[in-house]
Design a protein around this ligand. Structure first.
Ligand code: HEM
Length: 405
């Protein structure tokens, strides 16, 4: 890796894109000792691994990554077990449930957060809005008490710290493991109670769901809710901050979006391509696999570099340019978010919450633009992205004319 900065180095964390380019050009398949995995950076290779038409890859790698903090989730499953579990949960995140039950939840939670700062003339969109909104939405969708949202946030913070604990800090590990226990102590009695009195919320839907005679146990539901904290919280949080940062840094495109809100879906897709919240996803090779002329031996771990694949010049014209008008990225079909960029992965584990995420980001951005018609970055502020496996703006201070209370 002589000319290519190590993916765990400070230089890489500051700006991974030059390293991604060098990998795509010179070493599209390369062994990385520190993560003990093969790094794959080209679009067509990452796409092929995600689609996995020949069943060459498993997600067994997730056992050690996710088990200690979540228990067993659908990300760890494969084959029929995964298909059935996914069919049990997926309908709740699209169609009628999303439109009728959860859109009001999304709108309400976004509005409450914006109302807390719109009279002040300044806010940090990351801390005042983005880190709260998706987790509030999940807690509210599950039908949890508003009074418990702060605890839910505390667990969320501990879980994402655990998953991002690259240096293996023992305190972070211990806090993550404690969260698993506390979360179970909190959720299991609520799940049992909800089974007795089904309501209109997501938890009730999960309790009642049945596919081919299979239902979820209390433990399954608890593990899934725990997964939602990380899968639906941190990702959407970074997508919201990312879309706003990208637009604020490109004022002409922001003006176009303000004028024509239907452009928000294009801005969402382009943000997920250009600055994906999840930069790396791992798989395990089930058999020897040839990728970009090299061999990944059976049993080896593969790190799919979404952040690199989404900037592949063989796939996108001028890939390092943020351009909501680009024609090589689809934004129209229901699953458009999946059609072109790799930010939601593809294939069997394609993000269950893609449409929910899109609804949250579109609603959130619309409300932010309405509430702050002259929102601009705080003077002299240049958004800095942070993170290696997941990545997004660290802070996003904005100024605007306060609305009279
Ligand atoms: C899976 C990204 C929002 C729930 C995934 C995967 C990615 C991803 C890359 C595939 C993981 C893999 O193949 O190993 C994102 C991004 C989001 C987002 C970028 C926001 C912009 C959400 C939301 C939810 C959610 C809002 C739900 C509330 C899930 C679940 C899976 C998943 C449950 C596992 C699916 C399976 O294993 O079959 N997501 N996600 N995600 N996502 Fe998302």
């Amino acid at each position: 890796l002589q000319e290519i900065p190590d993916i765990l180095s400070a230089e890489f964390a500051a700006d991974p894109y030059p390293a991604y380019r060098a990998m795509r050009e010179k070493e599209p398949l390369i062994w990385h000792e520190a993560t003990r995995s093969y790094l794959v950076s080209r679009y067509e290779d990452v796409e092929r691994i995600f689609k996995d038409r020949q069943s060459e890859f498993t997600t067994d790698n997730y056992d050690w990554q996710l088990e200690p903090v979540h228990g067993r989730t659908i990300l760890q499953m494969s084959g029929r077990e995964h298909a059935v579990r996914r069919a049990l949960v997926a309908p709740a995140f699209r169609g009628g449930d999303l439109r009728e039950k959860f859109m009001p939840v999304i709108e309400r939670n976004s509005r409450e957060l914006i109302d807390a700062f719109r009279h002040s003339g300044s806010a940090d969109i990351v801390t005042d809005y983005a880190t709260r909104f998706p987790v509030d939405v999940i807690a509210d969708m599950l039908g949890l008490d508003k009074a418990d949202h702060d605890r839910f946030h505390g667990w969320y913070t501990a879980v994402i710290a655990f998953l991002g604990n690259l240096s293996g800090d023992p305190e972070v590990t211990a806090a993550g493991e404690r969260t698993r226990v506390e979360f179970a102590e909190y959720m299991l009695p609520i799940i049992r109670e909800r089974r007795e009195h089904l309501g209109d919320d997501l938890l009730s839907t999960l309790c009642a769901a049945e596919v081919d005679g299979v239902r979820m146990s209390d433990e399954d539901i608890k593990a899934f809710c725990s997964l939602l904290l990380a899968a639906g919280g941190e990702t959407t949080d970074k997508a919201i901050a990312g879309i706003l940062a990208n637009l604020l840094l490109h004022p002409d495109q922001l003006a176009a979006v303000r004028e024509d809100r239907s452009l928000i879906s294009a801005a969402f897709a382009e943000t997920l391509r250009y600055t994906p919240p999840v930069h790396m996803i791992m798989r395990q090779a089930a058999t020897d696999v040839t990728v970009s002329g090299g061999t990944i031996p059976a049993g080896a771990t593969v790190t799919c570099l979404i952040g690199a694949a989404n900037r592949d010049e063989d796939r996108y014209r001028d890939p390092d340019r943020f351009d909501i008008f680009r024609e090589d990225l689809s934004t129209t079909s229901a699953f458009s978010a999946a059609a072109d960029h790799l930010a939601f992965a593809l294939g069997r584990h394609f993000c269950v919450g893609a449409l929910l995420a899109r609804a949250e980001v579109e609603t959130g951005l619309n409300q932010l633009l309405d509430a702050m018609p002259d929102m601009r970055l705080a003077d002299g502020f240049d958004p800095v992205e942070q993170g290696v496996f997941t990545r997004g703006p660290q802070s996003l201070p904005v100024r605007f004319t306060p609305v009279a209370a």
